[in-house]
Write a protein that binds this ligand. Sequence first.
Ligand code: SAM
Length: 225
Amino acid sequence: MKRPSRDHDTYAMARERMVEEQLARRGIADPKVLMAMRFIPRHFFTEESFWGKAYGDHPLPIGQGQTISQPFMVALMTQALKVEENDRVLEIGTGSGYQAAILAKMAKKVFTIERHAVLAKRAREVFDRLNIHNIAIRIGDGTIGWSEFAPYSGIVVTAGSPDVPQPLLNQLSEDGGRLVIPVGERGFQRLKVITRTGDRWQTTEDVGCTFVPLVGKHGWAEGEK
Ligand code: SAM
């Protein structure tokens, strides 16, 4: 098998192409999202054997039966959050850490929760390697949120849920906090964007998508079909 290139300029060019062809050309217009995705080296969040595929238009396996999401989906969810530089953002489903790193480039502080300790540990190592210091990781069930640091200006769930977990709605800031979450069957969901104003939550629906299941108290039960 051909070894992946270790020349990081090769990946900078692939990244630029990814942003142009997969994101900008398909309607991702927020300059902060495009900047962050140009900046963060996605290949570091995959096994070295996948580096050659890291900028392709698809998800990739990261171990534990989980995936790093397709670049377009990361961009779409990030854009829907409308992140501002002083925001505190919560992510459910750290996975590789890539989405959290994108958010960390745009927000003041990112909190991220992962149920698999081995993935959380690996993500922490990549953040350290890239000198990203504004991300806190917790190992556990993200469907109950992280109430100590609530409210959040944005919450993004990067796994598919049968319903919208109530604790996440409660942990949104009252002045326009946004929850972005794929909701639906195990094999197919729709991306929902829910905005809180006081005690009102307004929902809009975006594209269809397929995420690995959100497993937890307010998600799918382990092994549930
Ligand atoms: N955001 C990730 C990235 O950038 O690589 C992609 C995440 S992957 C599609 C979904 C992740 O959600 C998996 O790592 C999975 O273990 C995690 N997950 C599923 N249910 C969870 C829960 N209740 N709490 C925290 N993490 C969960």
